[in-house]
Design a protein around this ligand. Structure first.
Ligand code: 13P
Ligand code: SF4
Length: 308
């Protein structure tokens, strides 16, 4: 870390202490942001940490749907997103109105909505899921239910294959994960024949079929720690490689494709965090009660599902 960056990080830590703030960072954030954070994690872990913290202020370094989830679960706390324009393109592929229209068209369905979605879509869903618990959430629903899974078609396909259930799918996708092809993975395997392949379930089926482990971002961190493999091909956003390397100094990590960068996950820098701590009102994410209450119901149902 350059000297002035180190000083800035110390200043942020002092400010966070003064304001009783907790800094949460998703596993795709820039390295310096991950290193500064009190807690790093995947979407499930961070939403549980946000609900459990007794801090007055949550500084969420991630994208909008994550900060919204924190605010839905902890309305008594102020949640700030240091760059309010950091959205998730997949979340933008669904709206509450479009989902309600689909429900009307399909008749009786149980709607499972991936947390990578706007709060208003969660509010008209039955239950949420993350990449870490999508399979358990689908399994928790009665066999007789017809399931509509939104907005990620790839995660829906994965959950359908893992559970043997027929699942109706919304046609959304993550532009960063959906671009990875089986050719990319096969090329990386040719270069690194002994490497274990890890892939995020937002990747296409053709990629998941080549993977040794399909995991959420924190699931990949756990897999890499426990595996005997010395080398790993990483099929997810490049930001995860920072922590993989930090936690496993004796192991090698190679990206499945150098194109797997989520631009909005890189928006937040240390200066943005400092500004958000100094003027939290300018960066607050608050979900209106008429959306928050039904959205919380869908998130609470998810949190009540035991993990496999
Ligand atoms: P995780 O929940 O696995 O961290 O994934 C979040 C995400 O945005 C994946 O693209
Ligand atoms: Fe959204 Fe994909 Fe970025 Fe995750 S990686 S925040 S799903 S666009």
């Amino acid at each position: 870390m350059p000297h002035d960056e180190g000083e800035l990080a110390q200043e942020i830590r002092r400010l966070a202490k003064q304001k009783n703030a907790v800094i949460l960072a998703h596993n795709y954030q820039r390295p310096e942001v991950q290193d500064l954070a009190d807690i790093t994690g995947d979407s499930l872990g961070l939403s549980m940490d946000a609900a459990a913290t007794d801090a007055d202020l949550i500084v969420f370094c991630g994208v909008l749907f994550m900060a919204e989830s924190a605010s839905i679960l902890s309305p008594e706390k102020k949640v700030v997103l240091p760059r309010l324009e950091a959205g998730c393109p997949m979340a933008d592929m669904i709206t509450a109105q479009a989902l309600e229209n689909k429900r009307r068209e399909l008749g009786e369905v149980r709607v499972v909505t991936y947390v990578n979605s706007p709060a208003e879509a969660k509010a008209v869903s039955d239950i949420c899921c993350t990449s870490a618990n999508a399979v358990s959430v689908v399994r928790s629903l009665p066999e007789s239910d017809r399931i509509l899974f939104t907005p990620d078609r790839n995660l829906a396909d994965y959950a359908a294959r893992m559970t043997g259930r027929e699942i109706l799918r919304w046609n959304g996708y993550c532009p960063t994960h959906d671009l990875l092809t089986s050719e990319d993975v096969l090329a990386a395997k040719r270069e690194h024949p002994d490497a274990a392949v890890m892939a995020h379930p937002e990747c296409r089926r053709e990629v998941l079929e080549l993977a040794d482990a399909v995991r959420s971002t924190s699931g990949m961190l756990a897999y890499a720690r426990q595996s005997d493999a010395r080398e790993f091909i990483v099929g997810t956003e490049l930001g995860l490689i920072h922590k993989l390397r930090q936690e496993n100094p004796g192991k090698a990590f190679v990206p499945a494709s150098l194109n797997m960068i989520c631009p909005t996950m890189k928006f937040i820098g240390l200066r943005d965090i400092k500004r958000a701590l100094l003027e939290p009102d300018g960066f607050e994410v608050r979900v209106p009660e008429r959306i928050r209450v039904p959205a919380k119901r869908a998130l609470d149902r998810m949190l009540a599902v035991p993990r496999d």
